[in-house]
Design a protein around this ligand. Structure first.
Ligand code: HEC
Ligand code: HEC
Ligand code: HEC
Ligand code: HEC
Ligand code: HEC
Ligand code: HEC
Length: 424
C-alpha cells in the first residue's frame, strides 16, 4: 500500500510539472500573436494609419474587413512598391486612390510578423465595433470574443484544472486510507508527527521542502536558462543596431514644419540624393534663402546668423566670424559597406520614406530603419527591378547584345566614365 501511494505521488507530481510547463508555453503562445502584432503596429504603422480613421493611409479596420486576401496583403505590407511596379490592379487602385502617397517598404517584416499585425488589427477592430457606441466602450471588450484558438486554450486549461483536482482528491483519499491501515496495525506514524511539530517553528519549511523537489528545481533552472538564453540572443543580434537613434541637433530645425507643413521638397535641401552617393546635409546658405527675412528675431535663427558671420542689422557677412554648424550625423553605415543614394532614388525610383520613414512628420529626425545587412538584403530579394525606360538598363541590354554579337565593349560603355563610379 505504501509503495502504491509513493508511486502515485511521484506520478501526480510529474503530471503537475508537465501541466505547468504546458500551460506556461500555451499562455506564452496565446499572447504572442496579437501582442506582437500590436507592438509592431504601434512602432511602424501609426505614423500613417489608425484602425478606425483615415490618416495618411486608409483606416485599417474597415480596409482589412473588405480586403481578406492575406497573401496579397502580406506582399503589400512587405513591399508595396514591388506590387505597384508589377502593375497589380488592386495595388494600383489603392495607390491612385490615395494620390500616390506611397507607403513605406517593410522588407524587415517576416510573414509571421505581418500575420500578427493583421490578427491584431482585425481583433482590435472587432472589439471597437462591439463596444457600445457613445463612450467609455473599449474597456468592456468581451474576452470570449477573440476567436476559436482561445476556446481551445480555455478548454485545455479546464481539463488540466479538473485533472489537478482529481489528483488532489485521490491523494487525500489514499493518505487517509493509509493512516487508517497503520493505526489499525497499531504503528506510530513518525513522519507526520515530526512534520506536525516542526512546522510552526521553522518558517522556511515550505521553501526547504520545495528546494528538495528535484523536478521543481530543474524546472526553475530550465526556465531561467531559456530566459537568459533568449535575452542574450536578442542582445547579441541588436548590438550596433541603432533604430530609433535621435540625437539633439544644434539648431531646432524641424522636418515636420519645413518638409511636412510647408511641403518643401526633399530635393530642395538634399539634392545630392538624386545625383550622387551622398544625400548630403544642406549648407546654411540654403536656409538663408528664406531666413534672411523669415523669423529674424528667433534665437534659433540667430544661431544660423552667428554660424555664417551674418549681421542682420547691416545685412553683411563677416567671413572671419563664420564657423560650421555641427549637425549630429544620424544614419551611418560602416565604411566597408557601399551605399549609393542615386542608385536607389534615381535609378530604382524609391521614395525617401521607404528607408527613412515618415520624415515629414518628424520634429527631430530619428533613424527609422535598422540599416543592417539583413535589411538591405531582404529588400533586394523582394524588390523587382523596373528596367523599362531606364537609361541604365537600356545601356546594359545594348552592351549585352554587343557581347553576344562578339563586338568590342569598352569600360566606358559599362559606365566607367560616370563620375560616381570613381568619386564618392
Ligand atoms: C509613410 C506612411 C505609411 C506607413 C508608415 C504605413 N503605411 Fe500603409 N498605407 C499608406 C498609404 C498612403 C496607403 C494607401 C496606398 C498608397 O498610397 O500607397 C497605405 C495602404 C495600406 C494598406 C491597404 C492595402 C490594400 O490594398 O488594401 C494596408 C493593409 C496597409 N497600408 C498596412 C500598413 C501596415 C501594416 C503598416 C505598418 C507595418 C503600414 N501600412 C505603414 C501609408 C503608410
Ligand atoms: C529646408 C531644408 C530641408 C528639407 C526640405 C528636408 N531636409 Fe532633411 N535635413 C535637413 C537638415 C538641416 C538636416 C540635419 C539636421 C537634422 O538631422 O535634423 C536634415 C537631416 C535629414 C536626415 C538625417 C540625416 C542624418 O544625419 O542621418 C534625413 C534622413 C533627412 N533629412 C531626410 C529628409 C527627407 C526624406 C526630406 C523630405 C521629406 C527632407 N529631409 C527634407 C534639411 C532639410
Ligand atoms: C522655403 C523657406 C525656408 C527654408 C529654405 C528654411 N526655412 Fe526654416 N522656416 C521657414 C518658415 C516660413 C518658418 C516659420 C514658420 C512659423 O511661422 O512658425 C521657419 C521656421 C524655422 C525655425 C523655427 C524658428 C522658431 O523660433 O520658431 C527654425 C529653427 C528653422 N526654420 C530653421 C531652418 C534651417 C536650419 C533651415 C536650413 C536647413 C531652414 N529653416 C530653411 C521657412 C524656411
Ligand atoms: C534604399 C534606402 C534609402 C533611400 C530610398 C534613401 N536613403 Fe537616405 N540613407 C540611407 C542609408 C543606408 C544611409 C546611410 C548612408 C551611409 O552612412 O553611408 C542614408 C543616409 C542619408 C542621409 C545622411 C547624410 C548622407 O548624405 O548620407 C540623408 C540626409 C538622407 N539619407 C536623405 C535621404 C533623402 C532625402 C532621400 C530621398 C530623396 C533618401 N535619403 C533616400 C538609405 C536610403
Ligand atoms: C527599399 C529597398 C532597398 C533597400 C532597403 C536597399 N536597397 Fe539597394 N537596391 C534596391 C533596388 C531596387 C536596387 C536596384 C536599382 C536598379 O534598378 O539598378 C538596388 C541596388 C543596389 C546596389 C547596386 C547593385 C548592382 O547591381 O549594381 C547596391 C550596391 C545596393 N543596392 C546597396 C544597398 C545597401 C548597402 C543597402 C543597405 C544599407 C541597400 N542597398 C538597401 C533596393 C533597396
Ligand atoms: C575612372 C575614374 C574616374 C572617373 C570616371 C572620373 N574621375 Fe575625376 N578623378 C579621378 C582621379 C583618379 C582623380 C585624381 C587625379 C589626381 O589627383 O591627379 C580625379 C580628379 C578629379 C578632380 C580634381 C579634384 C582635385 O582635387 O584636384 C575633379 C574636379 C574631378 N575628378 C571631377 C570629375 C567629374 C566631374 C567626373 C565625371 C564627369 C569625373 N571626375 C570622373 C578619377 C575619375
Amino acid at each position: 500500500m505504501r509503495n502504491i501511494s509513493l508511486i502515485f505521488k511521484q506520478f501526480s507530481r510529474s503530471v503537475l510539472l508537465v501541466a505547468g510547463l504546458g500551460l506556461y508555453t500555451l499562455n506564452a503562445n496565446a499572447q504572442t500573436d496579437a501582442a506582437k502584432g500590436e507592438a509592431i503596429f504601434k512602432a511602424k504603422c501609426t505614423a500613417c494609419h489608425k484602425i478606425d480613421q483615415r490618416v495618411i493611409g486608409p483606416a485599417l479596420g474597415p480596409q482589412l474587413t473588405s480586403e481578406t486576401d492575406d497573401a496579397y496583403l502580406t506582399k503589400w505590407i512587405q513591399n508595396n512598391q514591388a506590387l505597384i511596379a508589377a502593375k497589380n490592379p488592386k495595388a494600383l487602385k489603392i495607390y491612385n486612390e490615395y494620390n500616390q502617397a506611397g507607403m513605406t517598404v517593410f522588407a524587415e517584416l517576416s510573414d509571421a510578423d505581418v500575420g500578427n499585425i493583421l490578427t491584431y488589427i482585425r481583433g482590435e477592430w472587432k472589439t471597437m465595433q462591439e463596444a457600445p457606441k457613445g463612450g467609455g466602450g473599449t474597456s468592456t471588450a468581451a474576452p470570449q470574443e477573440t476567436g476559436p484558438s482561445n476556446l481551445v486554450i480555455w478548454g485545455l486549461i479546464g481539463v488540466i484544472v479538473i485533472a489537478f483536482i482529481v489528483i488532489l482528491v485521490l491523494n487525500k483519499v489514499i493518505a487517509t486510507l493509509e493512516r487508517l491501515l497503520l493505526r489499525n496495525k497499531g504503528l506510530l506514524v513518525e513522519e507526520e508527527e515530526t512534520e506536525a511539530t516542526k512546522e510552526p517553528v521553522d518558517k522556511f519549511a515550505t521553501v526547504k521542502r520545495l528546494a528538495k523537489n528535484k523536478k521543481l528545481v530543474f524546472f526553475i533552472v530550465l526556465c531561467g536558462t531559456i530566459a537568459m538564453g533568449s535575452w542574450s540572443w536578442t542582445t547579441i543580434w541588436n548590438t550596433n543596431v541603432h533604430s530609433g537613434y535621435q540625437p539633439v541637433q544644434p539648431i531646432k530645425y524641424s522636418h515636420e514644419l519645413h518638409a511636412g507643413a510647408m511641403k518643401i521638397d526633399c530635393q530642395y535641401c538634399h539634392s545630392g540624393a538624386y545625383k550622387s552617393k551622398n544625400a548630403s546635409i544642406p549648407s546654411l546658405n540654403v536656409c538663408m534663402n528664406c531666413h534672411k527675412v523669415v523669423k529674424t528675431e528667433s534665437p534659433e535663427i540667430h544661431k544660423i546668423y552667428d554660424a555664417l558671420g551674418y549681421d542682420p542689422k547691416t545685412a553683411k557677412y563677416d567671413s572671419t566670424k563664420a564657423h560650421p554648424i555641427q549637425w549630429v550625423r544620424i544614419h551611418n553605415l560602416p565604411d566597408f559597406a557601399y551605399f549609393n543614394h542615386s542608385q536607389h532614388v534615381k535609378v530604382a525610383g524609391l521614395k525617401c520614406q521607404q528607408c527613412h520613414g515618415p520624415v515629414q512628420t518628424m520634429k527631430e529626425v530619428y533613424q527609422y530603419s535598422p540599416l543592417t545587412m539583413k535589411w538591405c538584403i531582404q529588400c533586394h530579394k523582394r524588390t523587382e527591378v523596373n528596367y523599362k525606360g531606364s537609361g541604365y538598363y537600356d545601356n546594359m541590354i545594348e552592351v549585352h547584345d554587343r557581347i553576344k554579337r562578339g563586338e568590342k565593349v569598352t569600360e566606358a560603355a559599362l559606365g566607367g566614365i560616370e563620375c560616381g563610379k570613381c568619386h564618392y
